[in-house]
Design a protein around this ligand. Sequence first.
Ligand SMILES: Cc1cc2nc3c(=O)[nH]c(=O)nc-3n(C[C@H](O)[C@H](O)[C@H](O)COP(=O)(O)O)c2cc1C
Length: 184
Amino acid sequence: MSPSSSEPAADEELVDRVKEVHRRFPTGVTIVATTVAGRPYGLAVNAFSSLSLEPPLVLACVAATSSTYPRLFEVDAVSVNILAHDQAAVAGAFARSGGDKFEGLEWRPGAGGAPLLAGVSAQLELAVEHRIPAGTHTIFVGRVLAASAGDKAPLLYLGGGFFDGGALRAADLQATTRGDVRGE
Ligand SMILES: Cc1cc2nc3c(=O)[nH]c(=O)nc-3n(C[C@H](O)[C@H](O)[C@H](O)COP(=O)(O)O)c2cc1C
């Protein structure tokens, strides 16, 4: 950040530290997608979370700079496709901006028209109920209309890399941090 900027220089250091913190937080990888005038659009999103069960609500955060972003205001039917362990290439394709990312991919329209990708670990069909601007992003809150989970393990994202969610080692529940700190 240049010295003439209105933001204090310390903020840049904080942003770097925040990024480092996010790199320690493992997530799945979703493709948030919609269809406008018969054409599918979508992007890779890991800022996805469950929000409520009754009613069933989820949220996804999308940057205003994304080419998909304006499409998410045109229709309410949106899908969330949770990628499977063998779909890192799909994540990569949907992390590139613009173009027809669906070409060569197997998918079908859901009940509301939003694209449902084949071979995923799980997927949701949503009706977007709230669009909440927040910083550089908008939080899209969707009501879950349909949900399905398959047999495939999910793809994981951690520290900038993709990992096979089916190849994890279970944590030792006995060796808690608290116990370690107390020397128990
Ligand atoms: C693993 C991963 C997670 C991502 N998560 C998000 C996210 O939560 N929100 C977002 O706006 N962009 C996210 N991105 C970046 C977008 O996928 C990327 O900017 C993409 O080019 C947007 O495509 P579009 O401009 O065609 O919409 C993520 C990228 C990767 C690789």
